[in-house]
Ligand binder design. Structure first.
Ligand code: KG4
Ligand code: ZN
Length: 363
């Protein structure tokens, strides 16, 4: 099944064309127009600007992907079998652009459409393999067996960590989700970005903090581990951000090594809480799979510590996305849509409604 995936919920206009089957999601063409250079001046994503840029970028990006795919197919007028677009959660300004383009294409091409949840996309990003992006189906390396959706064993625990979300979601089957816990204030990525800003980094600060942290001492500063011991699966990162602010105010960093130590200590505090709560939930719900998703899943420290944790759980497997599919991308939207298309869960274009607050576990 050929699926066109469109993602525009934040600051990336990303479109991908995938060849999907039960065993693999092969990326045949993809293109992302990033807006980071525009937003970095403002220290975060400006919704109004994001909407305008999505509107400018989306058709050229769709055109490029379609041309590339058609060239490969050797067919000038080939159409996908399904069009999928993120319709929530996210910034309304961007969601509207992606949804409207998908609706138009669905109408004019007479191709069924699926309205996709962004978080569900991140969950399925683990099935999109980097190796498949050499853009040639013939040369694509198939996903290893334990990476194919057909081998996912339930229940699965999804740790979703992005700029807007930090959630532990229990996945009982494809499309069946229950919320176990979520952040009560800032998301993990948001905390990284805000503290990055305090350190003078351009948006997004997360990748810069994690890069400097590599050479830092994680024990240099004792940052709090908010809600580590709380009797639930909720998170809170606003206090940690304030602790970072006071630390910088009271003990300004003197040199590059102190900056690295600060980053390493801060990153460790976030990772400790995420890993501990994930571990506890995995044990309580006897999960067979742990899925890591969302932009913060690119964080090497978090990936490594989850890898260490899973070794103590012989009954469970850990699935993490290829780093290139950790951040927002159209491929994960197309991949998720395949699971819906198999069940014929299409949305008539007339019935598509964008919802900036659509939770993946909403029934
Ligand atoms: O999922 P995503 O691309 O967009 C949202 O849906 O929010 O996530 C973006 C977030 C940003 O907050 C960014 O700082 C964070 O992911 N991020 C990281 C790293 N790479 C991206 N945070 C920590 N370490 C990283 N290596
Ligand atoms: Zn995202």
């Amino acid at each position: 099944m050929y699926i066109l995936g469109i993602e525009s919920s934040c600051d990336d206009t990303s479109v991908a064309l995938l060849d999907c089957s039960d065993d693999s999601f092969v990326v045949l063409a993809e293109k992302t127009a990033s807006q980071v250079d525009v937003h970095k001046k403002y220290g975060g994503v400006v919704p109004e600007l994001a909407g305008r840029m999505h509107a400018e970028n989306i058709l050229p990006v769709v055109e490029e992907v379609m041309n590339e795919w058609r060239e490969k197919m050797g067919e000038q007028h080939a159409l996908p079998d399904v069009i999928a677009a993120t319709t929530g959660p996210g910034l309304i300004t961007g969601l509207l652009v992606g949804a409207e383009v998908a609706k138009n294409l669905s109408y004019f091409w007479n191709v069924p459409m699926i309205a996709m949840n962004h978080i569900e996309g991140h969950i399925h990003s683990v099935f999109v393999s980097q190796q498949t992006t050499d853009n040639s189906k013939q040369n694509a390396i198939p996903l290893s067996v334990d990476r194919s959706p057909s081998s996912l064993t339930f229940p699965a625990l999804c740790l979703i960590v992005s700029g807007g979300h930090t959630e532990l979601v229990l996945m009982r089957d494809f499309g069946e989700y229950d919320l176990l816990g979520k952040t009560r204030d800032d998301a993990a990525g948001e905390a990284f970005d805000k503290v990055g800003k305090l350190l003078g980094f351009e948006y997004p600060g997360g990748p810069k903090i994690s890069k400097l942290a590599t050479d830092g001492n994680t024990n240099a500063i004792q940052f709090p581990r908010p809600m580590l011991k709380s009797d639930d699966y909720d998170f809170s990162f606003a206090g940690l951000k304030t602790a970072a602010l006071y630390e910088l105010r009271d003990r300004p960093l003197q040199n590059e090594q102190e900056k690295k130590d600060f980053c390493a200590s801060f990153e460790q505090a976030i990772v400790d809480v995420l890993v501990e709560k994930t571990k506890r939930a995995a044990k309580e719900y006897h999960v067979h799979t742990i899925i890591l998703g969302g932009g913060v899943s690119a964080n090497p420290k978090l990936r490594t510590e989850l890898q260490i944790m899973i070794q103590e759980m012989p009954q469970a497997q850990l699935l993490v996305p290829s780093p290139q599919y950790s951040m927002d991308n159209g491929a994960m939207i197309a991949a998720t849509a395949y699971m819906k298309a198999k069940k014929k869960e299409f949305t008539e274009w007339q019935d598509v409604v964008v919802n900036p607050n659509w939770e993946v576990y909403d029934k």
